[in-house]
Design a protein around this ligand. Structure first.
Ligand SMILES: Cc1ncc(COP(=O)(O)O)c(C=O)c1O
Length: 390
């Protein structure tokens, strides 16, 4: 029998409870899942048509590691128009989803032992990706009282040494739904310049903002072009997660390093997806607004309903498609409470601790789920927790 060959880094990966909970949810017909982190919408018809067209045109070959020229041209226009970021093709790389952009950006900038500041609670890929590269994740605690925004005060409290190289920010945020204000971003920008850090700005949910919230790209702030790697994705904006396509835009020397490393990770982002993504950028954008409106309708309902259920306190998230209520009053740990809900309400949610230790006391409910199903799930939760509160 082969000797035990699995590398140590595998053992260091977190044991995901999401996987376990969602498996139970998928296997039982009577469970409603508010777990998913992907749009419930299929890709819009014109995007599917574009994919078919490019398949017929035999877009079945490799692409350049940095991405197809036509896609880069479309991205340049988009970044200028939507984000206020002016870049050239040498500043862009197309990646296999923004997940690969996170990996390539960190691979290109982090040596073993170097520190990466990450939001906590924050998207669950950040920490393991830093760890797999033998870097040191440094959590920045985010608090409900600060609307889960990063404050410079909190950043000053964490250890910044010569070895701290990168800060990851994510606005609109998964799991909290927070959209960072311009003031917050400007404060972060000052901090970043002071400590000479690279910002990886994960903007996967940029188009999903509500009420008076506005998405602002850190890379558009005055003088920040040299400090920011902007990460964008087609997964949420155009409901294209299975196409696995995203991109990064930032300083040329880092993009060059990422492009070289790309040759040894996946060679290039899928050619068919690059061509389809280009059409998504060039095509009508009404589909994006239609999905956003529907998410907004669900958001309003879920927040109102949650706040009406005894024991839940839910801030009003202005972005992404998640509610992140405080459930501390139930006297259970997040994981215990999510398991309790699964068993007693037959609703799958994600414990806040999946996103870092400062997620303790919260659960994440995704409203990338059909309106009627969310309503049913909330009815079930309400009926179950009323018993707890008696
Ligand atoms: C904050 C955040 N960043 C990145 C991603 C990854 O997206 P992609 O499908 O582009 O890899 C996700 C997916 O859920 C996410 O929530």
């Amino acid at each position: 029998m082969l000797r035990d060959i699995i590398a140590e880094r595998y053992d260091e990966l977190p044991v995901s409870t999401i996987g376990k909970l969602l498996k139970v949810a998928a296997e039982s017909k009577d469970v409603i899942s508010l777990g998913p982190g992907e749009p419930d919408f299929d890709s819009p018809p014109h995007i599917i048509r574009a994919a078919k067209k490019y398949l017929d045109k035999r877009f079945t070959h490799y692409s350049p590691p940095g991405g197809r020229h036509e896609l880069k041209e479309a991205i340049i226009k988009k970044l200028k128009k939507d984000n206020g970021i002016s870049v050239g093709p040498e500043n862009i790389i197309a990646t296999t989803g923004s997940t690969e952009a996170i990996l390539l950006a960190l691979m290109s900038t982090i040596d073993p032992g170097e520190g990466v500041l990450i939001p906590d609670p924050g998207f669950l890929s950040y920490k393991p990706t830093v760890e797999v590269l033998n870097g040191m994740p440094i959590p920045i605690p985010l608090y409900e009282k600060d609307n889960f925004e990063i404050t410079t005060e909190k950043m000053e409290e964490v250890i910044i040494t010569e070895k701290t190289r990168v800060l990851i920010i994510n606005t609109p945020s998964n799991p909290t739904g927070t959209v960072f204000s311009r003031k917050t971003l400007e404060e972060i920008a000052d901090f970043v310049r002071q400590h000479d850090l690279l910002v990886i700005s994960d903007e996967a949910y940029e188009k999903l903002v509500y009420d008076d919230a506005k998405h602002i790209s850190m890379g558009s702030l005055n003088g920040m072009g040299d400090y920011v790697m902007t990460l964008q994705s087609f997964s949420k904006t155009y409901a294209m997660p299975g196409f696995r396509i995203g991109y990064a835009a930032g300083p040329e020397k880092i993009i060059k390093a990422m492009t070289k490393l790309h040759i040894f990770t996946s060679l290039c982002a899928p050619t068919i997806s690059q061509a389809t993504a280009m059409e998504a950028l060039k095509g009508e954008q009404k589909c994006v607004e239609n999905m956003r409106k529907e998410y907004d309708r669900r958001r309003k309902m879920i927040i109102k309903r949650l706040n009406g259920i005894p024991g839940f306190i839910c801030t009003n998230p202005k972005g992404a498609f998640y509610a992140f209520p405080n459930v501390k009053s139930f006297g259970m740990k997040s994981l215990e409470f999510a398991e309790w809900l699964l068993k007693n309400a037959k609703v799958a949610t994600v414990p806040g601790t999946e996103f870092g230790k400062f997620g303790e006391g919260y659960i994440r409910l995704s409203y990338a789920t059909e309106y009627g199903l969310i309503e049913k799930a909330l009815d079930k939760i309400e009926r179950a927790v009323v018993k707890l509160k008696k």
